[in-house]
Write a protein that binds this ligand. Structure first.
Ligand code: F6R
Length: 269
C-alpha cells in the first residue's frame, strides 16, 4: 500500500489525479481502453477537477473510456439532483467528456434490485474489469456503502445505510428524513477486483478511519482495511487526515525518494 501525505486538499487532488492518469496511460499502452471506477461525495471533487483537463488533452487515451459508479441510493428517482446518477453526470461524465452510454450507475429505482445488482456486475465484467477505482472513505471506515460488518467477499447488492452515514450525507438533503435508508453498492469483493485503487481523504474527521485502514488490523469492523490486501492501492490524504498514523514520517520520506521506476507524481505536468 502506497500512502501519500500532502499539505493541502488541492495537492491531494492533483497527486491522486496524477496516479489515475498514470494508470490510464499504462492501460492504453497495453492496447485496452481505460475503465474508471468513480465515487460520489466530497472527497474526489479535487481529483476530478485536476483530472478533467488531462483527460481532455488526452483524447487518444480516453476517447472510449467507460466508468462505473460505486453506488446509488435505493428509491431516489434518477433525475433527483442528489441521485448518484445525477451526481456522476455532473461531476464525471460532463467534465470528462465521456459518452453517457459508457457511464454506468447501479439502478436503485429498479423493481428487481437483485437483478439490477447482477446486471451491474455483468456490465463490469463485459467491460473487462475496472482499471482504476477511485474511492473516498466514510468516517466509519466504509468504502462504497459497505458499512462495518460487510463481507470481504461481497458483490454488488442492497445494503442498509448506518445512521452515521445518513447523518454524514444529510448535508445534501433538506432533512435527515429525506436521506434514503438503503443503497445498491459494489461489494468489497467487487472493489478488490479493480486493478488499482486510489483512495482520497481530507480533514481531521477522517483521521481515525485512515489510521484503521492503513495501520489497524484487517477487520470487517473497518471495511476499508481490506485494501491492505490489494496489490496496487494508493492512499492520498492531507496531513490532518494522516494525523493518526504512526508511520507518517516514513511515508513522506518514501514519496520524496521515489525511485525512477515508481515515479508518477508529475504525470499531469
Ligand atoms: C461515494 C461512496 C462513499 C463516500 C464516503 C465519503 O460514492 O461510496 O464511500 O466516498 O462516504 O464521502 P465524502 O467524500 O462525502 O466524505
Amino acid at each position: 500500500m502506497e500512502v501519500v501525505i500532502a499539505p493541502t486538499a488541492d495537492e491531494v487532488g492533483r497527486l491522486a489525479a496524477a496516479k489515475v492518469a498514470q494508470v490510464c496511460r499504462s492501460t492504453a499502452e497495453t492496447g485496452r481502453t481505460p475503465v474508471l471506477g468513480v465515487a460520489t461525495g466530497s472527497s474526489p471533487l479535487g481529483l476530478y477537477a485536476s483530472l478533467a483537463p488531462w483527460i481532455n488533452r488526452h483524447r487518444d487515451i480516453m476517447r472510449d473510456a467507460s466508468a462505473f459508479a460505486l453506488d446509488e441510493y435505493v428509491g431516489l428517482p434518477k433525475d433527483h439532483p442528489e441521485s448518484y446518477a445525477s451526481v456522476i453526470a455532473r461531476t464525471v461524465t460532463e467534465p470528462f467528456g465521456l459518452d453517457p452510454s459508457r457511464v454506468h450507475v447501479p439502478d436503485g429505482s429498479a423493481d428487481d434490485l437483485n437483478a439490477a445488482a447482477q446486471a451491474f456486475e455483468d456490465a463490469i465484467t463485459a467491460a473487462g474489469g475496472v482499471d482504476v477505482q477511485i474511492l473516498g472513505i466514510g468516517s466509519n471506515g466504509h468504502i462504497g456503502f459497505n458499512e462495518p460488518g460487510s463481507s470481504f467477499g461481497s458483490r454488488t447488492r442492497v445494503k442498509t445505510l448506518t445512521e452515521q452515514t445518513r447523518r454524514d450525507n444529510q448535508r445534501f438533503f433538506d432533512s435527515l428524513d429525506a436521506v434514503p435508508t438503503h443503497c445498491l453498492t459494489q461489494g468489497l469483493g467487487t472493489i478488490m477486483d479493480a486493478r488499482h485503487v486510489v483512495l482520497v481523504a481530507q480533514g481531521a474527521a477522517k483521521a481515525d478511519a485512515i489510521a484503521a485502514l492503513v495501520e489497524g488490523p484487517v477487520t470487517a469492523s473497518c471495511p476499508a482495511s481490506i485494501l491492505q490486501f490489494h496489490r496496487h492501492a494508493t492512499i492520498v490524504i492531507t496531513d490532518d487526515a494522516a494525523s493518526g498514523l504512526t508511520a507518517a514520517a516514513h511515508n513522506h520520506y518514501q514519496l520524496d525518494n521515489l525511485p525512477e521506476v515508481q515515479r508518477w507524481t508529475h504525470e499531469l505536468e
